[in-house]
Design a protein around this ligand. Sequence first.
Ligand SMILES: *Cc1c(COP(=O)(O)O)cnc(C)c1O
Length: 404
Amino acid sequence: MYQVNENYLKLPGSYLFSTIGKKVNAFAEANPDKEILRLGIGDVTQPLCPAVIEALHKAVDEMADPATFRGYAPDLGYDFLRNTIVEKDYKARGCDISPDEIFVSDGAKSDSGNIQEIFGACSKIAVCDPVYPVYVDSNVMAGRTGIYDAEAETWSDVIYMPTTKENGFVPEKPEKRPDLIYLCLPNNPTGTTLTKAQLQEWVDYANKEEAVIIFDAAYEAYIAEDDVPHSIYECDGARTCAIEIRSFSKNAGFTGLRLGFTVVPKDLKAGDVCLRDLWARRHGTKFNGAPYIVQRAGEAVYSPEGKAQTDEQIAYYMRNASVIRNGLLDAGYEVFGGINAPYIWMKTPDGMKSWDFFDHLLENANVVGTPGSGFGPSGEGYFRLTAFGTYENSVAALERIKAL
Ligand SMILES: *Cc1c(COP(=O)(O)O)cnc(C)c1O
């Protein structure tokens, strides 16, 4: 009999969104007259902007003509996109990154799940708690996380760095030395972020401990405050310790189109092994390129029109964020995030459990959010609302929450 990868069997069920779905459906069936407002969605809702649509149409036409048809894309992505990324995302911010350090992909989820493959099986990972589940689960599949403690909801070989209101959502350097440190900033789910000085401390720590930071910057475009770095390469020394992952999903609505990229600097070395070359080999072997038309669409995000139009979409979501944030503050809740990210992370009232508050909000305000405990044990007692809905629904939801 063949054997399966037993590491997969260790994965606890991902109950969060399926449980939410079941509870919401049951409530809707029992209360057909109630209008449910969903502030739990982690997906964008606005359509692709005109500049992107135009680039897509043009690229589609090119695919119909033998003279301009494109087959397999280059392994690392088309030069037109990688050069644009270097100019607009890195050179413009004073970061020293070259096009051959950019790897275009089909999104940040794949890259953040796959990146662990180029590291040794015994590497110790450190994650924030609460956390985007991909980082831990992909390491579970690779057999790197030890034994699961269902009671504590933690893995024996994972180093957890709680981020709570007590430490201002700034992860503390762990007692045990990690090999890989996952940081997502601005953060999903907490909506909080670090200042440049705080991130610099992490870069210095990683260089000192000879660890690698895997920096998920999917929400970079939502940063509003000056002191918050858009790229980890704004920090001194990041070229020798950091990999950065970016996405077109949240800044330009590509969640259904699929495009992202990863930066692996040539200075990132384990002894004389260059991680960039390992990732190039992995990418070239297991990935055959993001579609030409999608890479053209990605290029259009950086054009003056594309930039103006996507900025407008981000401003729309961030107006929702301030409606939610200010509404909650007016109603007397303790609120975090929502300034440099489309997520609002609130403390549940009177020490209520996250799931109890979920039920309370669903039943009494007919508003759906996400229980913080679903993102990790330190998320207990917190609740996430997202700004990705419509303005009208955000306003209406907050009116109802204020009336509770
Ligand atoms: C949405 C999100 C991404 C983006 O993933 P894509 O695969 O590019 O759509 C990456 N990281 C985090 C933390 C996210 O919330």
